[in-house]
Design a protein around this ligand. Sequence first.
Ligand code: GUN
Ligand code: ZN
Length: 464
Amino acid sequence: MTAKAGTIAIRGRLLSFDADPAVAGEAEAVRFIEDGIVVVRDGVIVEVGEGPVIVRRLDPGTPLVDHRPHLVLPGFIDPHLHLPQTQVVASYGTELMEWLAKYTFPEELRYGDSAVAGEAARFLFDTLAANGTTTAAVYCTTHPVSAEAFFREAERRNLRMIAGKVMMDRNAPEGLLDTAELGYEQTKELIAAWHGRGRLEVAITPRFAPTSSEAQLAAAAALAAEHPELPIQTHLSENDAEIAYVAEAFPWSKDYTDVYERYGLVRPRALFGHCIHLSERERRALAEKGASAIFCPTSNLFLGSGLYDLAASRALGLKTGIATDIGGGTSYSMLTTAAEGYKVLALNGQKWPAFEAFRMLTAGNAEAVGIEDKVGRLAPGLEADLVVLDSRATAPLRRRMERVETLAEELFALMILGDERTTVATYAAGRRIYDRYQAGHRPLAPKLDQTPLPKSAQAGESAQ
Ligand code: GUN
Ligand code: ZN
């Protein structure tokens, strides 16, 4: 018998999570197979098990990629980032509201040009793949063309992606504003054209309460009611000045969360970025309505926004995901994001074991986004989005691993010291979308920019 068309077997040290180790305990939650095989047919996982057993059963001729001794995990999921902010990352010296006005809004004005958005989407998908991220929930700009360009490129690559056109009708430059009606119409058109096409989903995306009038929030409420299955994404309780502005602009509200509750935006699959300064009432309301808080540690540190309280969210049953928040965030790597998350929690007197962190990067984020029936675990029936990680990819990692005795220790060192250099390969629906050997260890395959640096910047440059 010959191999079935579209079948591939991937061998390695398999790691996946059936439950949250913080809730179910490690024994129940952690699925680790030291020598395992994932069999993929037509982009979907059909079998997961012991390598020596499965290898004997494979049809002759089935391609087998042996990644041993590397780890094979479900691809990372990044539930909050901004397409138009890849060139805003690392902008100096401001907190949220000034950062938006000074750096972010001027940059987002460029994304009314489909070519600009398309180029950014190609860069973003290349970079996510190099970091082992296979799904992201993404804010485009107010311009529908920015979202269309994003979806076109995602479809070409057959990626599972979520994105929305930002709704924003006040407190931003004229060229970035829509209106309540336009935001509604343009989101409707995007849903009709793209939602459910391939592996794509449209998110209802009011940027945050300060940039939407009540009429626009009512339009978002109408969209949410008409499309109860759609994801929603917005920002909540990130920064003190932002929270004070919301209290002033919505004087009837009990608190910031109440504004979104009033407009029917707090529900399952609603992703609230940041959620740093929430009261107990707000946390409880989000949890009771099945919404998700998205922890963005590199952004929260970089913009000086504050420290997310995971223990408080857990105590009230509020689901938490973790995200890069490019470009308030400073790294595309979900490993680096987890490392910074660990440090934020440490400053809050909390501990975060590696098993819990890796579970959040995969199955936990899938659950926070509401795609746990599609991706996030190595299990039959789920899409074959995978990342292969080398826990000895760099000299500091190799040296540290000499003293590592358990899988938990290995994963912890990997998350603290790892970054895109640890990615060996990334698969989307069973197709390899990143290969570090082909990339020559360089995470960014696209042509290097040959533009000379300004003289002043060249002065201290070392030869590379
Ligand atoms: N709040 C509203 N818009 C943004 C944004 O683009 N980034 C961050 N970090 N917070 C926001
Ligand atoms: Zn954001």
